[in-house]
Write a protein that binds this ligand. Structure first.
Ligand SMILES: NC(=O)c1ccc[n+]([C@@H]2O[C@H](COP(=O)([O-])OP(=O)(O)OC[C@H]3O[C@@H](n4cnc5c(N)ncnc54)[C@H](O)[C@@H]3O)[C@@H](O)[C@H]2O)c1
Length: 245
């Protein structure tokens, strides 16, 4: 029960890694605030978690929606210990010169700028008493740069830089900020990729398989817990041995 008495906000919390993290945290005593843009998936999460979760339909790329949802959540929940930024998309799978500006912008807005927006809104509420944690979903693509995924790779490299800066800005508030860099993990996100791209990234993994959302959630939960006490600004791979540096 590592999260007993803790309140966790999870973006993209209605699907994939965010949902697996929500399940594990709820099983260990956390109360949840789940933000997602997918109303149907949120309804399913609300039914599954019951009163343990406040489910809010929020587009995390919308500055005003983020601020107003945060104010609403804090009015209802009163405290915040953990933020997990899991909302994300793959975007185009093609050489960068074929990316449209709008597709590029959409990926950067959601995968990178939204983390800035959510964390900026969260900081005034985040616990400074030793339980404050932020965990950002980066990707091994942000370290290596996947062929055919320039927008995605650049957004995730940005998440790594943002994580390292936020960690230093928040160290005096006793809030730890870390990132997880998964290789390909079986989720709805992978369905956004053409089979040829999936083959390309799978071939790089020594374990020769996709990860499971529960495997990433286990790492996210450790980083979000008080067991993680001497790491901040760090990036933890969950990559089946796919190594970068
Ligand atoms: N699955 C993988 O292979 C993989 C690998 C590396 C990194 N990641 C990262 O992990 C994170 C989670 O991915 P996943 O595999 O769980 O994907 P997923 O598609 O299962 O979940 C993403 C969630 O984000 C939500 N979302 C999308 N746009 C949103 C918006 N504007 N506002 C709020 N919510 C929004 C979706 O509705 C969905 O519920 C992403 O940041 C992704 O880039 C995933």
């Amino acid at each position: 029960m590592r999260f007993e008495g803790h309140q966790a906000l999870i973006t993209g919390g209605a699907s994939g890694i965010g949902l697996a993290t929500a399940r594990r945290m709820a099983g260990e005593g956390a109360r949840l605030i789940l933000w997602d843009i997918d109303a149907q998936a949120l309804d399913r999460a609300a039914a599954a978690f019951g009163p343990q979760a406040l489910c809010q339909r929020v587009d995390v790329t919308d500055e005003h929606a983020v601020q107003s949802a945060m104010a609403d959540a804090m009015a209802q929940c009163g405290r915040l210990d953990i933020v997990v930024n899991s909302a994300g998309i793959v975007g185009p799978s093609e050489p960068f010169w074929r990316h449209s500006l709008s597709a590029w912008q959409r990926v950067i807005d959601l995968n990178l700028t939204a983390i800035f927006l959510v964390c900026r809104a969260a900081v005034p509420h985040l616990s400074t008493g030793g339980t404050g944690r932020i965990v950002n979903l980066a990707s091994i693509a942000g370290k290596e740069g996947n062929a055919n995924q320039a927008a995605y790779s650049a957004s995730k490299a940005g998440v790594i830089g943002l994580t390292k800066s936020m960690a230093k800005d928040l160290v005096d508030r006793n809030i730890l900020v870390n990132a997880v860099a998964p290789a390909i993990v079986h989720s709805a996100l992978v369905a956004q990729m053409p089979p040829s791209q999936i083959e390309l990234v799978l071939a790089k993994i020594p374990m020769k398989r996709t990860g499971r959302v529960e495997e990433v959630a286990a790492l996210v939960c450790w980083l979000a817990s008080s067991e993680c006490s001497f790491s901040t600004g760090a990036v933890y791979d969950a990559s089946g041995g796919r190594a970068t540096y």
